[in-house]
Ligand binder design. Structure first.
Ligand SMILES: [Zn+2]
Length: 455
């Protein structure tokens, strides 16, 4: 049996004592790289000893394979519920893919413990259907980022939050590699890109960033800041990703694009060449996220601006897995997307909450950050000079820059609010805007007459 690290056994204890104190639906928070599958495996093994029937559900093929491997290594007998795989209903532990489980619920009786991986997805209809099927079951969700797009908590699904270690702690204990964060200025102008469902509209984003000049900077900065390192580059769309890979190759740096549609054996071959360091840069669109590990990654390049904290955390931390062959590894993050200015640094201490309605503040960014104009590294704004190269900015410029950023943020929020009102078609739409923003109801009728909405 794989032994637990001290913080992992703390989490196991904390989760079980939450249930003892009456919790029914617990959300456990642990950063990427904390060893969630092993920790969850222990909880499930413990439940199995007590004869509890458990269903562990994951939403991606890669996560299912990972859980299957880990549980087998841990000696946990289990069945797998996935399309094309025969069911073994005799097992009291089942690992299942969300879609298949939802279709076979009547064949999976008496589940008493449901564990949901990547629980920030737990509000989707399929998950709800599964939870509703077993109303008596205790539920455990695990995630690194217990928040939805827009920052709202998961309180409509879970009743208790159990907090695991922080990213900072994991770095200080050596469970994650430390990192250097660079945010070189980008020529991309995404100010006019619209948002839909809480994130940027991809087609518009592609137009804003898929430009030879902008990508040229990405290639140059890789040379300057991470030359020769094994890097993963997160792009906006396949077209963008292929373009980035092509420009890397033009500059003599071996690079390949891969995506979910890439033929499985071709994808495996490309990853194998990356492992052997024949390919330096892997360009992709959200592929190497949860559950998809590429060993030997030393750097990440963020070329996709996103408003999703979850996506940002997954992508920026991808190179922070410690390398036993390189105990002094320092991950390099090159952020061409300005994501750290939206979400803070990856190891920022965040105040998670289950509260469904976020306050005005969009994110729990506690520490304002500054990009050093000399070395492009990012550090906390309260410092007078760059801790990496010592470069000090004139105080006035520093304040101006910050004020500038705040003004831009306010302008952006106002623009988004105007667009939301612009999209409203009925009085009901206006009413929900008014409720969300705390406006008086008089605003609804005024706006309705401005927009010519009747009834
Ligand atoms: Zn500096």
């Amino acid at each position: 049996m794989i032994a637990l690290r001290p913080y992992q056994s703390h989490m196991v204890t904390d989760v079980f004592s939450a249930y003892e104190q009456g919790a029914r639906r617990v959300c456990a928070v642990a950063p990427c790289g904390a060893g969630k599958t092993v920790t969850v495996g222990w909880m499930i093994a413990k439940a199995q000893l007590q004869g509890v029937r458990t269903l562990f559900i994951v939403h991606r093929k890669e996560l299912l394979e990972q859980a299957d491997r880990t549980f087998t290594a841990m000696g946990i007998r289990h069945g797998v519920i996935a399309s094309g795989v025969p069911m073994d209903s005799a097992q009291d532990v089942q690992i299942g893919s969300t879609q298949t489980v939802a279709k076979r619920l009547e064949h999976i009786p008496d589940i008493q413990f449901i564990v949901i991986d990547e629980a920030h997805h737990a509000t989707a209809n399929t998950w709800r259907k599964i939870m509703a099927w077993y109303p008596q079951a205790k539920v455990l969700g695990v995630t690194a980022t217990p928040a939805r797009l827009g920052g709202s908590g998961l309180g409509d699904v879970f009743d208790t939050l159990v907090l695991g270690p922080t990213v900072r702690q994991l770095i200080s204990w050596g469970n994650l590699a430390p990192y250097r964060y660079f945010a070189p200025p980008s020529k991309a102008n995404i100010g006019a890109v619209h948002s839909r469902m809480g994130d940027y509209v991809k087609s518009e984003l592609e137009e804003a960033v898929n430009d030879a000049d902008i990508i040229g900077d990405i290639v140059q900065n890789y040379r300057k800041l991470a030359n020769g390192k094994q890097a993963c580059c997160y792009c906006v769309t396949r077209k963008h990703s292929e373009h980035v890979a092509a420009l890397f190759r033009e500059a003599g740096i071996p690079a390949q694009h891969v995506d979910g549609e890439t033929d499985t054996s071709l994808r495996a071959a490309i990853i194998e060449r990356f492992r052997r360091r024949e390919i330096k840069v892997l360009c992709n669109v959200d592929l190497f996220g949860e559950g998809f590990d590429v060993p030997g990654m030393e750097a990440v390049i963020l070329a996709r601006p996103t408003q999703s904290l979850t996506l940002y955390i997954q992508q920026s931390m991808r190179a922070m897995r410690p390398d036993p062959n390189n105990p002094h590894k320092v991950a390099v993050i090159i952020d061409h997307a300005g994501n750290c200015f939206r979400h803070g640094l990856p190891d920022e201490d965040r105040e998670w909450t289950l509260a469904v309605k976020p306050k005005r503040k969009r994110h729990t960014t506690t520490a304002p950050i500054t990009m050093c104009e000399k070395c492009y590294q990012v550090y906390e704004s309260h410092l007078r000079s760059c801790p990496y190269c010592g470069y000090a900015k004139p105080a006035a410029a520093r304040e101006l820059k910050q004020a500038d950023g705040e003004l831009q943020e306010i302008a952006r929020i106002k623009r988004e609010q105007r667009m939301e009102v612009g999209r409203a078609k009925t009085k009901k739409d206006l009413e929900s805007i008014a409720i969300a923003r705390g406006y008086k109801l008089g605003w609804v009728s005024k706006m309705a007459s401005v927009k010519g909405i009747k009834g």
